[in-house]
Design a protein around this ligand. Structure first.
Ligand SMILES: [Fe+2]
Ligand SMILES: [Fe+2]
Length: 201
């Protein structure tokens, strides 16, 4: 497949969907997921064009889901991306592979990644929820939504319930390795946080 893809134009088209997103899910999340996906993709010999495109568009429906106008941003983003890529006259097999990645990136929604590229996108998205960036995103999201630091339904609770379990649902070898390292960093943070919380450090 030797189609020419204008990534600058795709990037511009994707970017407008993230206008007004809160910092935890703004376009910088997209850039980081793209960089992580390309890094893992090179290591795994995956299709980097599919990955780059899927990363750019994977959360375009997130704002809509947040406002309650759609149910599942993964599904909506996949459909909308398919439409945009058809307008850009891209190859239909390529479009299908991108759509596959996007529709499977959200694990709570039944559909499991079952291609190398969809596994990599899922790993990259989960890695951005871990490590120093992951911690920053949890508290930033909490701040935007009036969530307390500690206690029931707090940011710390969210880290325990969700963030610390992400390493168990990684697919690729490099993704797993990076997730273990990033999770270790989060665990250290929690330990220190708890000590500071009661004035012990
Ligand atoms: Fe998402
Ligand atoms: Fe994402």
């Amino acid at each position: 497949m030797n189609q020419k893809i204008d990534f600058n134009s795709l990037r511009e088209r994707a970017k407008e969907f993230y206008n007004g997103s809160e910092p935890s899910h703004d376009f910088s999340h997209i850039e980081r997921v793209k960089n992580l996906a390309l890094r893992i993709g090179k290591y795994e010999n995956a299709d980097l064009k599919v990955l780059r495109t899927a990363a750019l568009f994977h959360d375009i429906g997130r704002e809509k889901e947040k406002r309650g106008s759609i149910n599942c941003h993964a599904e909506w983003s996949a459909e909308k991306t398919s439409k945009i890529l058809r307008e850009e006259k891209l190859d239909s097999e390529f479009i299908e592979r991108v759509v596959e990645c996007i529709s499977a990136h959200r694990y709570s929604r039944g559909k499991e990644p079952d291609t190398l590229e969809s596994e990599i996108l899922s790993d990259a998205d989960n890695l951005d929820a871990l490590g120093a960036i992951g911690i920053a995103r949890v508290f930033s999201y909490g701040g935007s939504n009036g969530v307390e630091f500690k206690g029931n339904n707090s940011s710390i609770q969210h880290i325990h319930d969700k963030i610390l379990s992400l390493r168990d649902r990684m697919f690729t070898d490099l993704g797993k390795k990076m997730a273990v390292e990033r999770t270790f960093y989060v665990e250290k943070f929690i330990e220190r946080f708890e000590e500071e919380w009661i004035g012990e450090k």
